[in-house]
Design a binder for this molecule. Sequence first.
Ligand code: SF4
Length: 355
Amino acid sequence: MTLSETQPATGTAGDVVLEARDLTKHFPVRRHLRAAFSGPRLAVHAVDDVTLTLRRGRVTALVGESGSGKSTVARLLAQLYPRTGGDILLHGGSTTVRRGRRFRAYSGQVQMIFQDPFASLNPVHTVRYHLTRALKIHQRAGRSSAELEEALRDLLRRVQLTPPERYVDKFPHELSGGQRQRVAIARALAADPEALLADEPVSMLDVSIRLGVLNLLRDLKERMHLAILYITHDIASARYFADDTQVMYAGRIVEGGDSESVTQNPAHPYTRLLIASAPDPDRIEGGEGGDPDRAGEDAGEPANLIHPPSGCRFHPRCPHAMDICRAELPPRFDVSPPGHWAACWLYGTEEGVRA
Ligand code: SF4
């Protein structure tokens, strides 16, 4: 059986593949920078208490402005960083891996696609080298060279780089940005993963080819029942591409639910601000609606993550801030429809409901 005919791994759509529970990452502030701040032990609170679930056959978008911690979440889930707290569960089992065979086994199931396809491929090696190496690392040993060659060509077909012979011996500089990102996706697929962590996979690509790469990922999700985490600052593309959307602000997830509800009926004031400052959603199809890379830029100053604001971290920017917002961290409150929630006191206090 060729790779392009490969059946999805056992399990049905909707099964939980990967979970983050109360995931926390604090980066210590380097000693030479501490002089600028008071206190000996300072840390950047990059991620705090993040809980999210990736399910087979679904795309979950993690949306937020630069510095919100969303890429750190992806790297924590890929176990590229040690976590400060919380847990990561693969198929319900707690996992902590740092290196060696256990890390290789984990990364065979959880693969990452990076933002920059120019940097993620070695410029002195061909497509054949990158993909063959990944196949040898992650797949069964003892393949004949003919089987390896067929697997390599199947990978290229899977990412729609056809005919494969046109691309297989090219160097990265001979490919367009979109083609390079497709090679990076093919390399991730060589591991036959169950989860893909895609960190801004189209933000460095030309606007006209972004839609094609997103459509490819959606096609792979449907055919291989992959669980995909889609990191983006572009909330309009989350609506288009993701089944579920989680919104992150200053290291915390502040709203979540199905993408239609979160993007069309946003509950959290930060999500509303993000949508209001986003350009025209037609831009991912190459329209003239504005520059998606500037989405969210007009939403005000991000929070200081060394000394995060007390209570709700959004309160210094929030037009609805109440006393309780400055004092207490809001828990998740259900909003309609079922499954849609917001961490905002507007939905948990009489004062807020009246506001
Ligand atoms: Fe605004 Fe308060 Fe809601 Fe935070 S909890 S978003 S400050 S209303």
